[in-house]
Design a protein around this ligand. Structure first.
Ligand SMILES: [Zn+2]
Length: 84
């Protein structure tokens, strides 16, 4: 793989540790050569740990994470005319 879109799509599963070894390795390889994805992954990992800490004693509100991810995906999406 050398595909930012695919790497970012696997991001959440990657952070949850639910990927196969082969996919994890492929993503690690991609991050090694792709600072953009690396910073996206770093940011997302940080966000996830902050949320996990804040939600230690509470259920995470349903939809919160996916809303955050939508924001992230909008920010991460390269190009686009942004007219929507
Ligand atoms: Zn990339």
């Amino acid at each position: 793989m050398a595909d930012c879109e695919k790497a970012l799509r696997e991001l959440d599963t990657f952070l949850d540790g639910e990927l196969s070894d082969a996919t994890r390795t492929a993503i690690h390889d991609h991050l090694d050569g792709c600072p953009d994805c690396l910073s996206a992954f770093d940011f997302h990992a940080e966000l996830k740990s902050v949320i996990a800490q804040k939600c230690q004693n509470d259920e995470m509100p349903p939809g919160l994470l996916s809303r955050l991810e939508q924001c992230l995906h909008i920010e991460l999406a390269p190009g686009g005319d942004g007219s929507a």
